[in-house]
Design a protein around this ligand. Sequence first.
Ligand code: FA5
Length: 340
Amino acid sequence: MLEELSQLQQDGLRELQAMAGSAELPVWYRTYLGRKGRLTDVLRGLGKLSADERPEAGKRGNEVKQVLEEAFLRRQDEIREAELQASMHSGAVDVTLPGRPVAPGHLHLSIRTLRKIRAIFAEMGFQVYDSPEIDTDENNFELLNIPPYHPARDMWDTFWVNDQVVLRTHTSPGQIRCMREYHPQPIRVILPGKCYRYEQITPRSEHQFFQVEGLAVGHHIRLTDLIGTMSEFARKMYGAERRMRIRSSYFPFTEPSIEVDMDCILCRGAGCRVCKHTGWLEVAGAGMVHPVVLRNGGYDAEEWSGFAFGMGVERPAMLQHGIEDIRYFYNNDLRFLQQF
Ligand code: FA5
């Protein structure tokens, strides 16, 4: 039996050493040290030995078991470490290689135009007031003097969220929010942001577009203040030589209402395709804040007056850059976006 045990130890150690991968570890363990393994098998013969031989054989059996168990644990660590190293090596990254260049992004043309508009009004003392894109029917229409079933609602084709909530069709509902927050203090703000209309998409009309609203409320504010502000803006935005034209118009929330035009930046008023041969381009819809709207905002219309204006962002950018179709702005074609 002693010989058998020595042979078993030798075989076990040799096979452990020759082992190629961790998948063989449990197989080896079962073969040598498992309940039905070779060691158990040999030791089963102890009972057949004489009483003199038995103690030595039993002692030797324990030694072999201990040697094999320790050798197994050592080899298991060795094999696992080697496999870890190998896997790290095969998936290794050469950190000295130059990285793949990340194309630098830049601001979207709408945002750049918006920022320019903001900077010009900031110089004139206008702060930015942020107002949500999803608003109530009350703010978008009713408090702006457009009650339900008023025919003026036809001017704004609307995306409804439910009976009371809309995607704002213009930035004007921000006027109400701002007045209600600031009354009874004077106000001078612009309200830039996205608007949505359930409109037929054409080269000039998108269903999403930016507007910049302006609102000034104070004592003794007059139409001439509005015209002065608009002409200062147009000159800073489109060139010092710009001329202005005022036409009367209609918005339910301003009285009187006007359209502000400037002479065409391309033909300087001579008439061309861009200005449809009129010599003039539209800058903004505007007017004096209607007394009903002032009151809805919390101001005493006898004491306070104000002006408001609203302008698009994409259409002026189209004019400036000779872009023929507004749809390019939002269909995410990098060939278009990268030009600006
Ligand atoms: C208004 O939305 C008014 N709230 C403006 C206003 C504010 C008047 C304050 C008086 C006082 P209008 O519907 O005309 O007005 O839109 C203003 C500008 O938004 C237009 O001149 C145009 O530049 C832009 N715009 C309107 N609809 C679209 C559209 N579908 N696609 C792109 N731009 C649009």
